[in-house]
Design a protein around this ligand. Structure first.
Ligand SMILES: *[C@@H]1O[C@H](CO)[C@@H](O)[C@H](O)[C@H]1NC(C)=O
Ligand SMILES: *[C@@H]1O[C@H](CO)[C@@H](O)[C@H](O)[C@H]1NC(C)=O
Ligand SMILES: *[C@@H]1O[C@H](CO)[C@@H](O)[C@H](O)[C@H]1NC(C)=O
Ligand SMILES: *[C@@H]1O[C@H](CO)[C@@H](O)[C@H](O)[C@H]1NC(C)=O
Ligand SMILES: *[C@@H]1O[C@H](CO)[C@@H](O)[C@H](O)[C@H]1NC(C)=O
Length: 397
């Protein structure tokens, strides 16, 4: 399920830098190592791996640069092998480590301890819990299965999943409920989402269609462009940064999923394909043939957008990190993506602020026809709050 993986924003770099800068996120989510993951594990797994790398960096900090790089690379390799029990594309995981070893030019020594610790912590994280999810009634506003999606939604067990960095219970984070479909203002949100998000919309600007495609596919390369090689020779700072980033993203995902299953908000496609008249103004907005630009709509409730939550969390960590940006939101980054979906081709974007990129990432899901506009702003707000708590806790422990 490639689409759900790549919703992670603003990440780090290419495979080779990855080893040097302690970041293995790109190779995990890129699918080149483990062939892709669905949304919640797509941030959860990198967080475990990055946590192990940070531990390995702390332990190896007095060694040479090459020794430190080797230690974190082994920690990443061993953690990945353990997360997937050596059963999932282990050959490419090994190959990736092998290519790094020759670059570092050092005899391999393994760092099993960090991997073992990270994995033992993972055992009790609750992601394997089963929740017997039952769809709610076919009332206005209530989430339903969406066309082309899974019969059951992703991660209804989010409420049981422990947050990284000992942040505490998911319920400490909340959002006000989504707007009420019975209220007058709802028509505006709905018509905007219907017109801007339709597959063959005649009102959506070409730039906005590109926005939907760009953020669907190119997210992992964003951070490579943003972080670049700034942390390449400081293994400890680098692994700390990427651990914080991925802890915040994973926590953002867990919390967003929890709120999704509290609010159970319907998706635009469900709303628009209904044939009854339910808006308070009496307008018939039904279009049973309506389809979103990006299809299928992901199999989980609408509110908040996890794309937006990830972007809120990622941008908050990146601007806050002293090791990288000293609290500044400013960046100067140009990123290209060769979008394979619908043969869209190469799209190039330039950003001067992390907030700008985060907002655009949130908007992309409205242009993609998968989210109501109110779900994007909510996600960014939630992601910011989760990231702040996560990084503060990380620093204190
Ligand atoms: C993603 O994987 C492809 C091969 O599947 C590889 O060519 C590319 O460099 C990878 N990109 C990143 C950012 O890891
Ligand atoms: C609303 O419009 C849809 C699509 O044109 C139509 O199928 C449906 O019958 C209409 N609903 C009512 C109550 O008129
Ligand atoms: C959009 O338009 C194309 C070309 O006319 C057509 O093939 C496709 O079925 C349309 N898609 C939807 C969802 O209406
Ligand atoms: C952050 O600020 C400190 C103190 O002004 C400075 O020494 C350091 O170079 C800055 N780091 C970055 C990445 O801008
Ligand atoms: C983009 O990807 C397509 C499909 O893999 C490929 O045919 C095309 O050459 C690529 N374009 C660029 C500029 O890399």
């Amino acid at each position: 399920m490639r689409f759900s993986i790549l919703l992670i924003i603003i990440f780090s770099g290419a495979v080779t830098n990855a080893a040097y800068s302690g970041d293995i996120t790109a190779i995990i989510i890129n699918g080149s190592i483990i062939g892709g993951l669905q949304s919640p594990p797509s941030t959860w797994t990198p967080a475990i791996v990055q946590g192990a790398q940070y531990l390995a960096a702390l332990k190896s900090n007095h060694g040479s640069l090459a020794f430190q790089q080797l230690a974190v690379s082994h920690a990443a390799h061993n953690t990945l092998a353990r997360v997937f029990h050596g059963t999932r594309n282990y050959a490419s995981t090994d190959k990736s480590l092998k290519s790094i070893l020759s670059l570092i030019g050092h005899d391999p020594t393994s760092d099993e301890e960090a991997a073992r610790f990270a994995i033992s912590r993972m055992a009790d994280y609750g992601i394997n819990y089963f929740v017997d999810y039952v769809y709610g009634p076919l009332n206005t506003g209530v989430y339903q299965a969406t066309p082309g999606g899974s019969p059951l939604p992703d991660t209804p067990q989010a409420q049981f999943v422990k947050l990284f960095a000992s942040v505490g219970d998911v319920t400490q984070f909340s959002l006000s409920p989504p707007p009420d479909p019975a209220k007058a203002g709802y028509q505006g949100y709905l018509l905007y989402g219907k017109d801007e998000g339709e597959a063959n919309s005649t009102v959506r600007k070409s730039h906005d269609s590109d926005t939907a495609y760009f953020w669907r596919e190119s997210s992992p390369t964003m951070a490579g462009a943003v972080i670049g090689e700034t942390l390449a020779t400081n293994v400890l700072a680098s692994t700390k940064f990427f651990a914080q980033l991925n802890f915040a993203l994973a926590n953002g995902g867990i919390v967003a999923w929890h709120v999704k299953f509290q609010s159970l908000n319907w998706r635009p496609v469900t709303t628009i394909q209904r044939t009854d008249i339910w808006l308070s103004a009496g307008l018939n907005v039904s279009d049973p043939a309506w389809a979103p630009l990006l299809s299928p709509t992901p199999s989980h409730p609408d509110y908040p957008s996890t794309h937006a939550t990830f972007s809120g969390a990622g941008s908050a960590v990146m601007s806050r990190a002293t090791a990288y940006n000293n609290g500044s939101d400013d960046v100067s980054v140009t990123v290209s993506s060769n979008v394979t979906l619908n043969n869209r081709g190469v799209i190039t974007r330039t950003y001067t602020s992390l907030t700008e990129a985060a907002i655009e990432n949130g908007d992309s899901r409205v242009f993609g026809g998968m989210h109501f506009p109110f779900s994007s702003g909510a996600g960014i707000t939630l992601g910011n709050a989760v990231a702040l708590k996560t990084t503060v806790n990380f620093d204190e422990h």
